[in-house]
Design a protein around this ligand. Structure first.
Ligand code: SF4
Length: 67
């Protein structure tokens, strides 16, 4: 299974929680909001991305299973 990750730029407030949990994929942009390096991940990376999504105080991170 592969997953698509999206960060809602309107919801993100730059709390940097996601970048602390998954520093190799969530990064802060010059505008002070989080971005993803890779918007598609595999099963082996799902758990830590799911944790970042769960802990984002603004529900800005969406993970969607690909068909
Ligand atoms: S944890 Fe949420 S609010 Fe904080 S930088 Fe990441 S996406 Fe943005």
């Amino acid at each position: 299974m592969r997953y698509t990750i999206r960060i809602d730029q309107d919801r993100c407030r730059g709390e940097s929680i996601c970048t602390a949990i998954v520093p190799d994929n969530f990064v802060m942009s010059a505008s002070g909001k989080a971005e993803v390096n890779r918007n598609t991940i595999g099963e082996e990376e799902y758990a830590k991305h799911r944790e970042a999504s769960r802990l984002c105080p603004y529900y800005a991170i969406a993970l969607q299973a690909q068909e």
